[in-house]
Unconditional design. Sequence first.
Length: 67
Amino acid sequence: MLAKATWEFESSTSYSIGADSGAWVLTRIGPRYIVYSINGHEYDRENLDAPDDESAVATFRSMMTGD
């Protein structure tokens, strides 16, 4: 795992979503970078194009912050 961003709903919110927490995880498998979105029992993955670990982490951070 290269990076991780987690989230959790406050108990006072009234969102109708199955899980109370989740995470986005950046990992490298061989030469590929993959971002996993985990929401309770559901997950999704997305390939991330980057030449190296540093660039992958920078891209992942910008995805999380919307920059």
